[in-house]
Design a protein around this ligand. Sequence first.
Ligand code: FAD
Length: 429
Amino acid sequence: VLSCIPGRTNLCSNHSVTTPIDLPPDIRSSLDSLDLEGYISFNDVHNASKDFGNRYQLPPLAILHPRSVSDISTMVRHIVHLGSTSNLTVAARGHGHSLQGQSLAHQGVVINMESLRSPDIKIHKGKQPYADVSGGESWINILRETLKYGLSPKSWTDYLHLTVGGTLSNAGISGQAFKYGPQINNVYQLEIITGKGEVMTCSEKQNSELFYSVLGGLGQFGIITRARIALGPAPHMEVEKLLSELSYIPSTLFSSEVPYIEFLDRVHIAEIKLRAKGLWEVPHPWLNLLIPKSSIFEFATEVFNNILTSNNNGPILIYPVNQSKWNKHTSLITPAEDIFYLVAFLPSAVPNPNSRTSNLEYLLRQNQRVLNFCSAANINVKQYLPHYETQREWRSHFGNRWETFAKRKHTYDPLAILAPGHRIFQKAT
Ligand code: FAD
């Protein structure tokens, strides 16, 4: 039962499909008979049918728990071999912290990247230190390991219980991005399994087109199985020195001294509290926008004064960044100006027993009003962690880079089997 048809409206509060698509039984048994070091499971699919956004429920047919890179390649090659005789698609799943079903593969195969345990995190010291990590590794584990050497990745997300493959498929933005660029700018090398099942190593110098396609590429071109992450010295407390360079009213200064790891892992502390109250696994109608500097005043005036009128909007983060520190070759789409702002609206839709309209619908309408305003005012915003319902909207998101994006898709994933949850390309059947 399709309770809400994707493509018709983006104000639907939930998208769920509860009846499975009919698949020829031989497809299921062909998956079952693959020679794998890990295993494939058909029973725990509910674990991979939802994401953090908690609005889409699209169960896969099967989950692959790979033990090796070759397991993933075998699966992709098998699906390529089946070709248009099956509807099967493949989604790599980090921790499923996507918001609108991006890590789901309805009646396809979800790859549980966390079970790809190799390589172990390996730290290389020296002039240009780096860490070699698996694509399913969590950033918190990388931090814990690198700190043993006095090192740490240069660029972060606010929340560290995300995976390397998941954030590198988007960008990975936090308070360091103005200085070092996002996480996708702090990677030296990747190992990728393309949509043809080939295992390829790529970097700025080797297979560079694949390298830049995958970074910020929304999982469309390949599955990241290994990444070489740039490291730098883990900072010491330097708060007084930094403050001495700022001009501010001393009485407005609030400070709290915490160890470096606690500062970086701060959202997890909030997660533990929210989970205890049952407020973590609720719908999250988040909206992340990149706003050019020339329009930020107009945006802020309208949005903060006239659209966000309730005091129930959740945290709002604002990060100004300097594009000259960002690499232009990746697949990430940003506004054309040198300085732009990430403005992140991060509400939780908590059930409201006193209202007939659900909080979720209210928040979704509010997001739509923000987007409508930007469109009417000709503000050239770009969505971060983008979500669109139609290919026309995706073309508009990519602008003059659409042709390149589509051409690269054809090169690396010609059957369009990878990352179907973004609904950018449709597998030909
Ligand atoms: P998933 O949601 O599992 O996957 C995301 C996409 O990447 C999917 O399309 C999936 O198919 C693809 N993918 C996953 N693994 C791989 C792989 N190995 N190879 C290729 N494709 C892959 N983002 C920021 O930039 N900054 C933040 O500060 C930030 N804070 C967040 C805080 C919270 C509480 C949450 C829930 C999210 C936050 N995010 C932030 C968003 C986060 O970057 C995305 O959710 C991202 O998708 C990572 O989540 P994940 O690792 O669980 O990936």
